[in-house]
Design a protein around this ligand. Structure first.
Ligand SMILES: Cc1cc2nc3c(=O)[nH]c(=O)nc-3n(C[C@H](O)[C@H](O)[C@H](O)COP(=O)(O)OP(=O)(O)OC[C@H]3O[C@@H](n4cnc5c(N)ncnc54)[C@H](O)[C@@H]3O)c2cc1C
Ligand code: FES
Length: 263
């Protein structure tokens, strides 16, 4: 489907927020789902790029979905040059999205860099729907430039813990060091974890939560050629499943129970 770009702004060096007008996507997207976006008018690059939905919003009375993306290569560089009013071809929403546990009391979000994108929408929905939910955010990046969306979580009264590898904001080191301390000292059976970010971060969070039997959902990032289960290019090894011991990240995920993944 063709949708119109409403804004495309650089919010931190190399990170952009792009809003597209689409009542269909705004109405039908769950937190953790994604779209496949065509980034050029011709066949270069041939493949669409997967992008998680970051927010549902209203701009000038137009229902929109917002993406938050980092420029890492050709496709995302082309996205960064897209202009307001331009039409783009997108497919979706795809994927399962996060499962929101009933009567959840403590939600802990763990984000690495642009992995914050789907967690912002998830946190907003969970806080809106719950009566007495406590929320925590552990967010990490290489430097303060990579730590995004803090204001979204401040509005939700989330307790925020920041870590940067170069120490330019928050604790110096990996975000998983702070997560580890939190799990040792504070996390109990009432907490559920939701994580999105680099593979090694997800693996570490999965190991930490597994030790204490704390539920944890992870959103996996894989290169995707189709996004709807046709190419089998995105499979991940799982401890059990429909397709032998492999599942498609695009159709069975991208969100998985952390215990399900063979890390
Ligand atoms: C379900 C899903 C949701 C995503 N949501 C977001 C999002 O909200 N914001 C965002 O910035 N990015 C997101 N991504 C990652 C995004 O799709 C890639 O960064 C993008 O496709 C890179 O395209 P490119 O042409 O710029 O880079 P390329 O030129 O194709 O590659 C540049 C570099 O990025 C690496 N790369 C490319 N694609 C991926 C990928 N999917 N995962 C990991 N590394 C990759 C390549 O190995 C290479 O090192 C998501 C990916 C998935 C699977
Ligand atoms: S991207 Fe083609 S099967 Fe998942």
């Amino acid at each position: 489907m063709f949708v119109t770009i409403v804004e495309n702004n650089e919010i931190s060096a190399g990170y952009f927020r792009l809003a597209i007008h689409s009542p269909e996507l705004a109405e039908n997207t769950k937190p953790g789902q994604f779209i496949m976006m065509k980034v050029g008018d011709n066949y270069d690059p041939l493949l669409r790029r997967p992008m998680g939905i970051h927010k549902i919003s209203n701009k000038d009375n137009n229902p929109c979905v917002e993406l938050l993306y980092q420029v890492v290569g050709k496709g995302t560089s082309m996205m960064s040059k897209m202009k307001k009013g331009q039409q783009v071809d997108v497919l979706g929403p795809f994927g399962n999205g996060f499962a929101i546990p009933q009567n959840i009391k403590i939600a802990v979000f763990v984000a690495g860099g642009v992995g914050i994108a789907p967690l912002a929408m998830l946190a907003e929905k969970m806080v809106k729907d719950a009566t007495d939910l406590k929320t925590y955010l552990f967010i990490g990046g290489k430097s303060k430039n990579d730590v995004l969306c803090l204001d979204d979580f401040e509005k939700l009264n989330t307790k925020i813990c920041i870590a940067t590898e170069n120490g330019s904001l928050g604790n110096q080191g990996l975000v998983t060091n702070s997560v580890s301390k939190f799990i040792d000292q504070k996390a109990n059976g009432q907490a559920s974890f939701f994580a999105c970010g680099p593979y090694q971060m997800l693996k570490a969070v999965s190991e930490l939560t597994a030790k204490k039997n704390i539920p944890c959902q992870v959103s996996l990032d894989r290169r995707m050629a189709c996004g709807f289960g046709a190419c089998l290019g995105c499979v991940v090894k799982v401890t059990q499943g429909n397709h032998g011991s492999y599942k498609n990240v695009c159709t069975d995920g991208p969100v998985f129970d952390a215990n399900e993944i063979c890390w």
